[in-house]
Design a protein around this ligand. Structure first.
Ligand code: PLP
Ligand code: MG
Ligand code: MG
Length: 616
């Protein structure tokens, strides 16, 4: 899904402001208008924004450096060409022709984001958004035929017969239509053409007709001169108010997943009904698996080969897939158990009657790597299963160190990365991980319902002939079926996968390192407050993941987790009870779409409750 912003123009009517700056950088309500547009497009599910630059292109270079997902296309002849030439420069950067089409935007407009939703939901191949009368002073009128399709455009209403409304500068076209526009412009050999003139010509000559989608009271403003700018400032609060109607009540989840999501991820679930056997949905799943593979270290250009296999299910489903599918009858598995999730993998191995042993270790002290090594070097084990991040307590296990050791000794590694992936930087090749499980609702910040198993290709091929111990959760069968058909064997969680696609785009823009830095900053705030309150943490700081913290409960008999929970919940924070048997803790996770100021607010809720106990 692409958007193209045409931003080549000189903005001569705003001369004082735009002599050394492109028009898109004029601020309205304190934010450059093009940056407002970029944020709205990304929130609406656009993966890549192509900006056609001209005048003062360096401003756009700096913008592109701040927002991953922006590509620039320069129009070197911007001073003597029209917007169509800039659009043509961008068109070749549109590589795929996704079913979502390409959103076309002018750079110098502010607009209500609902317009993007209206265009996305419009059933026609192409649609141009028109408003009622604005009396803006530089209106471009759109003419439509009896069926509502665009037949002409002009600033002179007298030149048109059936006027539908005013051009807002927002359209959606298919790649085929975009290509037809480029061809039409080339044939006309007039470099000064506006894109809207070409759009109208292509539409009028068929077969690539453009529907005129009229929203009579649409909130938008073009900014060509000072009077427009004043109108834009006056309109900005109304646009903000309209968009605020979409905002979903904020709940900050401090439980270890499902994690807090952005509104854009929540809204990504709202899609037209679709049969998951359609090619279009297969392409969504193929995109998801390719991007997830890349995030786990699989980057084909650099030789990394990771396959991601999707299942409907929770994180435990992915664990069960690995344990049941990746150990042959002749193999012997060592399971490290230093928390509830290690114990769970051992339980799964028991249910499937695998040949396995458990290496038990403290739930809160760092794993004794030397002891694990000694055990592995006894030579009896072919497979090792370990939890990367024990969410039970927040203990981080030394997976890269174990992984490298296993690789040296030909031992296959099975890693529960459910609560580590997309926060802890992982490269399965570098870290010696053969199989790794994760899920859509933790650090990737999507909705619950999709489980995935990352596989190093060579390790995956080896499981092909292993016994099929179950049906739904069989790794090879699911992999092979998707490879051959671009479909999962059974009904996938369709809406969850659309949300996951948006979540992946947002994770890519933040980067895994950036995400871990944000999580760590929230953890710093929490830990500082915990220490100031004289509370103790279960796990030594150096062994903590910085993703969840187990805090030892105060000994004061007035302490009551339920009361604490309800107090926090009433203030918008959901906290979590402890899990480790034998230690009384509560747990505060700091994963998901949470920000430092929110964690600061939570620490005040925490402080109020804990200090209040002294007076109880
Ligand atoms: N493994 C780990 C490390 C986890 O943290 C969790 C959930 O918190 C799971 C597995 C199980 O995930 P689910 O509850 O989605 O089955
Ligand atoms: Mg204008
Ligand atoms: Mg303009």
């Amino acid at each position: 899904m692409y958007a193209i912003i045409m931003a080549g123009g000189m903005g001569t009517r705003l001369k004082e402001r735009t002599g050394a700056m492109p028009k898109g950088f004029v601020p309205v309500a304190g934010v450059p208008v093009v940056e407002q547009s970029v944020r709205k497009l990304f929130a609406a599910g656009i993966e890549e924004i192509i900006i056609g630059t001209g005048h003062c292109a360096d401003w756009y270079e700096r913008l592109a450096a701040r927002y991953a997902g922006i590509t620039l296309a320069h129009n070197p002849h911007y001073a003597r060409t029209g917007s169509m030439e800039t659009l043509a420069c961008c068109a070749s950067a549109v590589k795929r022709s996704g079913s979502g089409g390409v959103i076309l935007l002018e750079s110098d407009i502010i607009y209500d984001a609902h317009g993007l939703t209206a265009l996305r939901n419009d059933p026609h191949e192409n649609a141009v958004l028109a408003s009622g009368a604005t009396h803006g002073g530089d209106e471009v009128y759109l003419e439509q035929d009896g069926a509502g399709f665009l037949t002409g455009c002009s600033k002179d209403p007298g030149a048109l017969t059936r006027i539908a409304g005013e051009l807002t500068g927002i359209s959606r076209v298919s790649k085929a239509t975009l290509d037809a526009m480029v061809a039409c412009a080339r044939d006309s050999a007039n470099p000064a053409l506006d894109y809207e003139t070409v759009l109208a010509r292509v539409s009028a000559s068929g077969p690539r007709r453009v529907f005129v989608r009229v929203i009579a009271r649409y909130l938008w403003q073009e900014i060509d001169d000072e009077s427009h700018l004043a109108r834009a400032e006056a309109l900005a609060p109304a646009i903000a108010e309209s968009e605020s109607l979409l905002k979903i009540r904020r709940e900050v989840l401090l439980n270890p997943g499902p994690a807090t999501t952005t509104d854009s991820v929540k809204y990504a679930q709202v899609v037209p009904d679709i049969c998951p056997r359609e090619k279009e949905f297969g392409a969504v799943m193929a995109w998801i698996t390719a991007e997830l593979s890349r995030m786990a270290g699989g980057d084909r250009e650099n030789g990394g080969e990771i396959e991601t296999v999707l299942f409907g299910g929770s994180g435990t489903a992915a664990d069960e897939v690995m344990i049941s599918s990746c150990v042959p009858d002749t193999g012997k598995l060592l399971v490290i158990d230093n928390g509830a999730y290690g114990a769970r993998m051992a339980k799964i191995a028991e249910v499937y009657r695998l040949n396995f042993e458990v290496f038990r270790s403290s739930g809160f002290l760092p794993l004794d790597t030397e002891a694990v090594k000694a055990k592995l070097l006894e030579g009896r084990f072919t497979h090792l299963a370990v939890v990367y991040h024990e969410t039970t307590t927040g203990l981080l296990n030394p997976v890269p160190e174990l992984g490298r050791l296993c690789r040296e000794h030909g031992i296959t590694t099975i890693v529960d990365g459910v609560s580590a992936f997309a926060a802890i930087p992982i490269d399965m090749d570098r870290d010696g991980i053969d199989f790794m499980a994760s899920t859509s609702n933790k650090n990737i910040q999507g909705m619950p319902g999709a489980a995935f198993v990352f596989c190093r290709s060579a390790a995956l091929k080896a499981v092909k002939d292993y016994p099929m111990r179950n049906y739904y959760l069989n790794l090879w069968d699911q992999y092979r079926h998707f490879k051959n058909t671009m479909q999962t064997r059974f009904t996938p969680p369709v809406q969850t996968l659309y949300a996951l696609r948006q979540a992946i785009m947002e994770a890519k823009r933040e980067t895994v390192a950036g995400r871990y830095a944000r999580y760590s900053a929230c953890w710093d705030v929490l830990v500082r407050a915990v220490k100031e309150l004289g509370l103790e943490m279960l796990v030594p700081e150096a062994a903590q993941s910085k993703l969840i913290t187990a805090v030892i409960e105060p000994s004061n008999p007035a302490y009551d987790f339920e009361v604490f929970h309800d107090t926090a919940r009433a203030r918008g924070f959901t906290i979590y009870p402890g899990k480790l048997a034998g230690a009384n803790t509560f747990r505060i996770a700091n994963i998901g779409d949470i920000q430092v100021p929110e964690m600061e607010r939570f620490t005040r809720v925490l402080a109020a409750y804990i200090t209040g106990l002294a007076h109880a």
